[in-house]
Design a protein around this ligand. Sequence first.
Ligand code: AMP
Ligand code: MG
Length: 409
Amino acid sequence: MISVEEAREKVLSGITVLGTERVSTLESIGRVLASDIVSDIDVAPFDNSAMDGYAVRAGDLAGASELTPVRLRVVEHVPAGAFPTIAVGPGEATRIMTGAPVPEGADAVVMVERTAEEDEGAVAVIMATVRAGENIRRKAEDVRSGEVVLSAGEVVSAAAVGLMAAVGCAMPLVYRRPRVAIVATGDELVAIDEYPGPGKIRNSNSYSLAAQVLDAGGEPIVLEVARDTVEHTTSILTRAPEFDLMVSTGGVSMGDYDVVKDVLEQIGKMDFWKVAMRPGAPQTHGTIGGTPFFGLPGNPTSTMVGFELFVRPVILKMQGHSALDRPRHAVTLAHDVKKKPDRRYFLRATATLQADGTYIAALSGAQSSAMLSSMHRANCLLILPEGESFFPQGALAECVRIDRKEGSE
Ligand code: AMP
Ligand code: MG
């Protein structure tokens, strides 16, 4: 039996980043950039108005107020998308809309709310002063042409998608998403749309795992359920090299029909099969035809916790992510917690922020590894170390936030 750290180190050590591909800008959301994105343009591309109003010469408006307005002759109207053709001279103004280029001669914009019209718009009545430069957005104030706006290794956010669109990057180069084969095992399993007969249960693990794969950025491919025979399980596990990763559930404990470990040893290499943790000690890892293979335990929460600790970081690493650890923080226990001293426990819990900035954590329900509802309610896993068995109410413990992304706070 090896420790969680050792297991994690072993599974990650053999993993390298997958190849790259070009995808559309929108499809790149959440992906890791494989090259820098350089702007082909200044943003803003020209000095433009930040307001609907009048482009003016600030010096013309000295002393302007509601009681002492200044009247300017309107020489042109410039909506967004048009380009001014007439320079603004002394005593003149151009009616201008937000985003429209500022005409020659003007050095400020007065917002329309501080103005009135006379002579059917031929004269602007200005009732406020402006500073030179006021309400003008400068050329290149956001991005300069040739500037690196996003760097290789960055994870694409919604704002990054918009930034790429602004600088003309239509097909960013990103790391590929791993194709992850999912294999449920067990003669007791029936499909989601079947009502289980005597002795049968629905196959929920293929769904929770596929969802976890998607959530980690991978592409899940759910294969046929393996029956509990060496022959049938072999026929499915030998397909591993078609994928970047294969994950199975069940069939790895000490039962009479648990054949996954045997099959792995026959057709591939087994690295380890037991980790000092609960839930789910029989976490099996190896390779089949060079493809990393995880034989996760069958109990629904053991499967999910095993995925969370060992498979998720592998999927992230394959996609070029550098942050592989979800955030952790200290919590105060809301009640006594008992455990066996033999292993490290990952208990489903809910951490709640207190007014003083600390967190208090309570178990989110019964901790049987067969139960999923407490996993559903949990926002964290309480990490209780091996060697200890009693944690009183008020004691400090560490938790890992399964509701927060790697690299976040
Ligand atoms: P095993 O290790 O194969 O004996 O599985 C342990 C427990 O998990 C058994 O109660 C199985 O019925 C259950 N189990 C195994 N695979 C699945 C699955 N795909 N969906 C839901 N429960 C499962
Ligand atoms: Mg089984």
